[in-house]
Design a protein around this ligand. Structure first.
Ligand code: FAD
Length: 506
């Protein structure tokens, strides 16, 4: 029996995270009839976007650019802060540096060149609201709160607030949303153009006819089989930080019709995540199982040995690759250690009830409490303390306060651990999202096939786009890239849909 029709639209969007909803809004604003298909039930909507801190990375020239996005900042507030500037060349260079020069320059240029305009569009056209990231991206230095690391703004209400605001905008502007509806495959016509989707919902299999489709269904981070196949052995043991629904469906359905795989398929964004966190994200805790203040302390494994340079760079530029390093340690476990010089500076996520924590008057006792090899840890801390050089500590910049004569070194913020009580947090690897995905044309987000030809009627955005992130990632660029390429995809999909089939080939 033929699958039953589930209707016909101009643009169908697969997924309901940040990238998908930006695509839906942009398509709707061009006059298209838009339907969003979300696999999750309404109570679980929002994908990884819901779990984020809502931080966005974009270039700005100074405080005036920020005030245009947060107009309610008072003069008094502005007098007490320093956001500096984040020029476009600096953002471009950060993205290229952390990806070891491998990021696709076309994608990077599109992202950097349209990011600021896109956050303004989110605010002015869609009602998104922002605040400065006082708690997570600023330190008090010489009386002023100094923002650092190219990410200064978060959505009001964090990821949950961002997700709710995007749904409100989409529904308010006439975008249809169908929950509990999983896209299963893409429908193509005799010209190989995409003409809709096969879906599965509570009535079984059906078909949605669409003149263009945007897939924004996330990566394959929540699919243990794909993780192990592409990232390697051991990755099935990683905890998933966000939604359980990003199982690679969007990538697979596009590859099935000849889309081109692109980017760093064997790599992913993965961080230090509480050892006892559940296997996938908890909507009440959100991102608070993460433990991102390690540049202020030391990281050791069960043997009590250090294995990374905790101070290699500002945390925004190292955190996404250190999850992988933790997974490679015995039992995939590590410990972050701090003393009283920095405990008060730890991020909010260290103060939740659900932490795996030890506290003791000596390093040996702390080792016993956390199950770390006692002699190993005492040796490591003694060697580290002896290697710390004198200098001025400044957490808001790479302060050059470093060690000498130990391997790995600590290149910045190297204060000796000398002031008890000592505290330690047990962490494991939490995967955020995968880097491998589909190849798109940067200016239109249209998906390319394996022969580099645009696939008529198919656009993509968000985590499932490959080519932007390799090895590592710069904090706040996931949401920004999702918004930029989502908006691009939605606009281009609507234009193609409204132009009619004859002109859709691209
Ligand atoms: C804990 C955490 C914190 C983070 N913090 C930040 C941050 O502060 N800043 C930042 O820039 N990035 C952050 N990220 C990364 C960020 O989540 C992603 O870059 C971004 O949200 C991904 O958006 P997306 O729209 O591509 O995917 P998602 O938001 O994950 O949306 C994908 C959607 O597709 C749906 N879906 C999947 N398969 C199907 C199917 N077959 N049919 C229909 N629907 C389907 C899913 O249910 C989901 O709703 C964080 C991630 C996590 C997990």
């Amino acid at each position: 029996m033929a699958p039953r029709s589930r209707g016909e639209v101009d643009v169908a969007v697969v997924g309901a995270g940040n990238a998908a909803l930006c695509a839906a809004l942009a398509a709707r604003q061009r006059g298209a009839r838009v339907l969003v298909l979300e696999k999750a039930a309404r109570e679980e909507r929002g994908g990884n976007t819901f779990f984020t801190g809502g931080g966005f990375r974009f270039p700005y020239r100074g405080i005036d650019d920020i005030r245009a996005l947060i107009p309610d900042l008072s003069d008094e507030e502005v007098a007490g802060i320093d956001v500096g500037a984040y020029p476009e060349p600096e953002m471009r260079s950060d993205l290229m540096r952390v990806t070891e020069g491998l990021a696709d320059p076309g994608l990077v240029d599109r992202l950097v060149g349209t990011a600021y305009d896109t956050v303004r569009w989110m605010r002015e056209r869609n009602g998104l609201r922002w605040v400065l990231m006082y708690g997570r991206q600023a330190y008090r230095v010489e009386g002023k709160l100094r923002f650092w690391g190219g990410m200064v703004m978060e959505a009001v209400g964090g990821g949950a607030g961002l997700s709710d605001a995007l749904f409100e905008a989409a529904e308010g502007q006439g975008v249809g949303v169908r929950y509990g509806t999983k896209a299963v495959s893409l429908l193509t016509d005799e010209r190989a153009a995409v003409v809709g989707l096969r879906v599965r919902d509570d009535q079984g299999l059906g078909e949605v006819a669409a003149r263009a489709v945007v897939i924004a269904a996330g990566g394959f981070e929540a699919n243990t089989e794909m993780r192990t196949r592409y990232l390697g052995p051991g990755w099935e043991l990683a905890k998933v930080r966000g939604t359980r629904h990003n199982t690679g469906d969007g990538i697979r359905m596009a590859l099935d019709i000849g889309a081109q795989p692109y980017g760093h398929w064997s790599s992913a964004h993965a961080v230090a995540w509480d050892l006892n966190a559940p296997p996938t994200g908890n909507r009440r805790i959100g991102d608070l199982y993460q433990k991102h203040s390690y540049p202020l302390g030391l990281i050791v494994n069960l043997r009590g040995e250090r294995f990374v340079d905790e101070g290699a760079d500002l945390r925004n530029y190292t955190y996404a690759k250190y999850g992988r390093e933790i997974l490679g340690q015995p039992q995939g476990v590590a410990f972050q250690l701090f003393d009283q010089q920095t405990v008060a500076m730890l991020r909010d996520e260290y103060r939740i009830r659900e932490v795996t924590k030890g506290e003791a008057g000596t390093i040996g006792e702390l080792a016993d409490q956390l199950g770390i090899d006692r002699a190993g840890l005492e040796r490591t801390v003694a060697a580290y303390n002896a290697a710390c050089r004198p200098g001025r500590f400044n957490p808001a910049e790479r302060d050059g306060l470093h060690t000498e004569g130990i391997d790995p070194p600590k290149s910045n913020w190297a204060l000796p651990l000398t002031q008890p009580p000592y505290v330690g947090y047990a962490v494991t690897c939490g995967i955020t999202f995968t880097f491998g995905g589909l190849r798109i044309v940067p200016a239109t987000s249209q998906v390319l096939d394996t022969e580099d030809r645009p696939i008529a009627g198919l656009y993509a955005a968000g985590e499932l786009v490959g080519g932007l992130f390799f090895h590592n990632y710069a904090g706040g660029s996931g949401l920004m890239a999702g918004a930029v390429f989502g908006r691009t995809a939605g606009g281009a999909a609507a234009e193609a849909a409204m132009a009619g089939p004859g002109e859709r080939r691209g």
